[in-house]
Design a protein around this ligand. Sequence first.
Ligand code: NDP
Length: 445
Amino acid sequence: MTYLEKAIENIKARNANEPEFIQAVEEVFTSLAPVIKQHPEFEKANILERIAEPERTIIFRVPWVNDKGELIVNRGFRIQFNGARGPYKGGFRFHPTVNLSILKFLGFEQTFKNSLTGRPIGGAKGGADFDPKGKSDAEIMRFCQSFMSELYRHIGPDIDVPAGDIGVGSREIGFLFGQYRRLTGAHESGVLTGKHIIYGGSHGRKEATGFGLLYFTKAMFEENNIELTGKTAVISGSGNVALYTAVKATEFGIKVLAMSDSSGYVYDPDGIDVPAMIELKEVRHGRIKEYLKDHPKAEFVEGLRNIWNLKCDIAFPCATQNDIDLKSAEKLVTNGVLAVCEGANMPTTYDAMKFLMDEGILLTPAKASNAGGVAISAVEMTQNSMRQSMTFEEVDAILKVIMNNIYKDCLAASRKYGFGHDLVAGANIASFIRVAEAMMLQGDY
Ligand code: NDP
């Protein structure tokens, strides 16, 4: 057995009940054989097993009172995965499916993604098995306050800087920040990112993940001499990432045919009316089916993965993990898809990803193509520590440079280690080397 195989076996045995975490580790490690061969120092320092073990895991009780006066208990988590390159950094997810396996996979991915941005940030993830759907603003506020009442002692602008993820947007970040300020007595803006602009947020942060995904996609299409304008797209999800993917895709001349939420998808033959979708989902927090009220030509189809049955040139999975399975990937290929561009984290199952690559479909790996959000979170941290603010145009220009650099770095790493034009391998290798070297230089054992 090689060192790599042994490490994977040990990690599987140690984390046997954590399928999503094992999936994420295997996906990264299978690209690393030539790296381990060329860098015997990594094996000597057992870097693979060290890099797959979180530095710290905090699990805590979150008691809160609902509007009926009942006391509810949720479970809160913070995984401080790797701090070798900077303060721990990664979002909170509030969703009933949240568990240790999902947050460990997200923290692991985040560590590598953050290194690709070139900014000095480590990797983390957190959240709770709390379902914000159907809760009043007052309930969400009480939950956030209780969550922060435990968490505040573990975070700080130079320690750990959380942000949003599924179920956590600007409203929740506001409640969390308010409680942190109350408990510490300090307005430490840099402790959370994704804040509202009025109290230390950054212009362009809300748009950054979706816009960055399109900048990365554009770089890949240009490299392959394919025109983006005039293409059709399907976007799963209708949250932060999906909405701003739709905005920039439309701006680039792509016709967005369908978007979804966890109830199903809407298809609009005229192309999704993106401002109306933003009003529905971001402002009114409505269900996607309500889009039909003002768009009589549109149709609603129930079900989670049915959106991938639609014919399109580009698929943008922007909802959640393991959204495109092998069956969905086969359907996309039968329908002539050109590219799958990942906005969500690990939205493609491992077998689906392999199938798409074998079929010659262009694929952008999430840890590279959705890194724009955290990159601009790091820019938000910079503005906070300098007590300055940048314009939208300044931030957007930085985002473009970062996404193009990530694209180039992934391609260069892929070519250097014999994978040709394989962005998945390139992203895994480029990011792994940065984190591993930072750990080695600090004698992290
Ligand atoms: P939001 O909460 O804003 O939106 C999530 C969207 O996905 C909603 O439309 C939601 O539908 C849908 N969704 C969630 N869970 C499921 C599920 N199990 N099945 C089907 N649909 C589901 O989250 P974000 O847009 O912030 O995040 C989306 C993805 O992008 C996640 O994977 C996240 O980790 C990743 N990401 C986010 C970044 C950011 O900056 N926000 C940065 C990088 C990655 P419904 O409302 O019905 O639940």
